[in-house]
Design a protein around this ligand. Structure first.
Ligand code: PMP
Length: 796
């Protein structure tokens, strides 16, 4: 990282004058300008026009000069600030070569000289200028993204802010010896300052790797920014940016962090850093993550600057320019030590997102600053309602398999199994619109929609399942199923599979180990009996053993029989047809049939919870229970059934329906209303007309192939499983021991989100990445998913 500076060109004033004349046709008075690595001369012509002759250090690769020239041209086209113009040689080129006294070839350019006072010397600075500076830098950064593919952009450079922690750690490790002998006075307190700022930075360091990178100017320090009295006739801007020599591809937020760092040196720094941040945000919106690292990064820049200056001063005591910021930076660091970093995160966020944020001053659980809608949500909405992702997404529109944020940023939705036929499918939307504009009532009048829908739905089920009840959510469906089971027998005991989730009502929390066994849960109620999850990958019995299924079945039978032997009787057996919250675990072939027999023999009712997986998602079959060759007594449906409209259903046998008809009226205000039934019909129409079950099968196979290939490349992909568009990827530490790696799963999901692909995790150990997108997920999406996952796994 430490780059030798010994080849800095050593031309005399006279030679510089000759070069300016011979190559650029410019004559004038020549004076030397400071530079860290190159040699710069000011040429002032007789007419007052001035230019800078820039002689590059011979160690600078020509491609870097080319990159710099391209950036200068991009900057020149931005009207909000001034930047130098490239002056062509007499041979009409932007660059020429001269040999320095040491015999090295140096590239030479000439640019226009911009007059003005360096920001460092402006005693009074209107915050509007800092705002404009932020805005202009953001505009420049947007323009510089065009250079991201340039071969010289990705380089190792000491002044890359990403190197700051290493530079500082090195200084700390050398202790007070690191200072020159005559600097020993407050060496210990300086080292302790570095330690303090490094520790503050380390609190947010892990977020940096996921922030966007791009080409940036990388050195908007207070000597490279000129404040000028603009000439209104020439439409000049009041600020100018110089010196593109540090240009590189790095974390994009570094641009703002660097410029703001030098504003920290000022007495009036507080208002200035808010102004520059909001100006930048105005032209390139900052994310919550970027804002959360901004203040620590500013201080890192000052620490990096003092560390590098100290090292350079030791090796080149004669170059005063090198230490120009050092003392002001140490003073600023001493002052900033008393600042509260969290408060600054809030203030900068408020500067970008408005006073709402300032008024409520709220943070999420991890102390991170959040968007104003998030603040309001924390205030108004129950806190146990969680959000996805470290920085929650604000989504305002959906179409097909895509979701859009307010800036129209597009996300590929791989988790929403509710918007089954695609977000806002036009046929579903039209059905809602048409029926809602005609009639919406409860079911106490005759209406054809209810009948048509019940006919269509039962036609998709085995003939025994012929009686429908319509409700509004999966929970309501399962709750009703439980009531029906209770009407069928006098049993009190219920059997469920471990880690299952069946819904949020009081009765269903009791049947959901996913809830009662975990945080905030009351543990297993006495009347509930758990069958262990028949997980062939990481469960008690594994696919490698020939009789693994029989063992699970045998144990499950024993559990059911011993529940029956309590004398209280089995009421019902609830089972998802494919375990969702349990981590996308398929039931092994032949698992359910013997258990249904055992439950029925004990007088119980068998309920298939198809809330997650029904309606063709699994590809091979329309319903999950069909994989098991069983016919449940009750099937519950939800989520995909209404494509997002609150609709759910219970379909059962005549026998169960008659038992439930015990004199008590069943009434449901919203269930089965004409609008809901119109929606349900439209969803079935689309599944059929777009052949989505078949499509799910094909695309699912394509993804499984891709994931299996990835598995041979990445050991952490312990298991890849599923059917159709219901897949699970189990992340492990050690493939032999199959130890779950929840942290990695979370990081993969976050990194995929940063690449605009939305996934989530689940399973008892939260280490399974769930994939259950709208069924319109295309072959192209599948390819993108696998390629992006590969990129993320490589990076992590
Ligand atoms: N059963 C299963 C299998 C589920 O996954 C869910 C929801 N995750 C429910 C029932 C409850 O459905 P709802 O959230 O619509 O009440």
């Amino acid at each position: 990282m430490d780059q030798p500076l010994n080849l800095q060109p050593q031309f005399s004033i006279e030679s510089a004058a000759d070069i300016a004349r011979e190559h650029f046709g410019r004559d004038g008075e020549v004076s030397s300008l400071p530079s860290e690595r190159d040699q710069n001369f000011k040429i002032t012509a007789a007419d007052g026009q001035a230019f800078v002759l820039k002689i590059a250090n011979p160690q600078t690769p020509p491609s870097l000069i080319e990159l710099e020239n391209a950036a200068i041209q991009i900057a020149f086209a931005i009207s909000s600030f001034e930047s130098p113009q490239l002056i062509r040689t007499l041979a009409n080129s932007t660059t020429t070569t001269v040999r320095d006294p040491g015999g090295h070839d140096c590239l030479v350019r000439m640019i226009s000289f911009l007059s003005g006072n360096p920001l460092a010397q402006e005693a009074q600075l209107a915050p509007s200028k800092s705002f404009l500076l932020g805005q202009s830098l953001a505009e420049l950064d947007v323009g510089l993204t065009n250079l991201n593919q340039h071969s010289a952009a990705k380089r190792e450079f000491l002044w890359d802010l990403r190197n700051a922690p290493a530079v500082i750690r090195k200084a700390i490790s050398q202790g007070t010896d690191w200072f020159a002998v005559d600097d020993q006075n407050d060496a210990a307190s300086k080292i302790s300052l570095l330690k303090f700022f490094l520790a503050e930075f380390e609190k947010v360091e892990s977020r940096i790797a996921d922030l966007p990178c791009s080409v940036i100017h990388n050195d908007a320090n207070d000597y490279n920014i000129l404040v000028r009295d603009p000439n209104p006739l020439l439409k000049e801007s009041s600020i100018a940016l110089l010196d593109f020599g540090d240009l590189m591809w790095t974390t994009q937020i570094n641009e703002l962090a660097i410029a703001a760092a030098y504003l920290l040196l000022r007495d009036d720094w507080m208002g200035q850093i808010e102004a520059i941040t909001s100006g930048y945000h105005d032209a390139r919106p900052l994310s919550g993550n970027e804002l959360s690292v901004l203040f620590p990064l500013m201080t890192m820049r000052l620490c990096q600057s003092v560390c590098i200056a100290n090292a350079q001063r030791k090796s080149k005591p004669e170059n005063e320019y090198l230490g120009v910021t050092e003392e002001p930076a140490w003073s600023a660091l001493k002052r900033l030590r008393d600042e509260n970093f969290s408060d600054w995160q809030l203030k900068l966020t408020a500067a970008c997102f408005g006073s709402q944020a300032d008024e409520t001053k709220q943070q999420d659980n991890s102390g991170r600053v959040v968007n104003p809608i998030h603040y309001k949500r924390n205030e108004l909405i129950g806190p146990s309602l969680s959000l996805s992702y470290e920085t929650p997404l604000h989504i305002v529109r959906g179409k097909g398999q895509y979701l859009f944020d307010p800036a129209d940023g597009t996300y590929l939705d791989c988790v929403n199994n509710v918007c089954h036929v695609g977000h806002c499918h036009p046929k579903v939307v039209a059905a809602i619109e048409q029926q809602a504009s005609l009639l919406n009532t409860n079911t106490r009048y005759l209406h054809e929609n209810l009948i048509q829908y019940a006919e269509r739905l039962t036609a998709l089920l085995p003939e025994q399942l012929q009686v429908c009840y319509f409700v509004n959510s999966g929970s309501e469906a399962n709750d009703l199923a439980l009531r029906m089971a209770k009407a069928c027998n006098s049993g009190t005991e219920t059997v469920v599979i471990d880690h299952a989730y069946h819904g949020h009502t009081s009765a269903l929390i009791d049947l959901s180990p996913y809830k009662f066994k975990r945080s905030g849960g009351q543990g297993k109620p006495e009347h509930v009996h758990l069958l262990s999850m028949p997980d062939g990958y990481r469960g008690d019995h594994r696919r490698e053993h020939v009789d693994w299924i029989e063992r699970y079945v045998g144990e499950a039978r024993d559990t059911i029989q011993s529940a029956a032997q309590t004398g209280r009787g089995i009421n019902a057996f609830f089972a998802e047809s494919w375990l969702g919250c349990g981590g996308q675990v398929p039931l092994p072939p032949g698992y359910l049939a013997p258990l249904y027999d055992t439950v029925r023999a004990a007088g119980g009712v068998c309920v298939a919870d198809e809330v997650q997986v029904g309606f063709g998602r699994l590809g091979e079959h329309f319903w999950g229970f069909e994989f098991q060759n069983v016919v449940p007594d009750i099937v519950t449906m939800g989520k995909p059934i209404g494509n997002g409209h609150p609709l759910a259903a219970v379909v059962t046998t005549r026998k169960v329906a008659d038992a439930f008809n015990n004199g008590m009226e069943y009434f449901n205000t919203f269930g089965g209303n004409p609008v809901s039934c119109a929606v349900g019909l439209a969803v079935l129409d689309v599944i059929e007309s777009e052949q989505l079950q078949r499509h799910a099968l094909d695309v699912g196979k394509q993804i499984l192939r891709g994931l299996n290939d990835l598995q041979s490349e990445f050991e952490c992909l312990g298991d890849v499983r599923g059917s159709g568009l219901f897949l699970g990827i189990e992340l492990v530490d050690d493939p032999a021991k199959r130890t779950p790696n929840a942290e990695l799963a979370k990081r993969v999901v976050e990194s995929m989100k940063d690449r605009r692909i939305l996934l989530s995790t689940d399973g008892p150990d939260e280490n399974v990445i769930k994939f259950k997108p709208p069924l319109v997920f295309s072959a192209g999406d599948a390819e993108r998913l696998v390629l992006t996952l590969r990129e993320v796994l490589q990076k992590l």
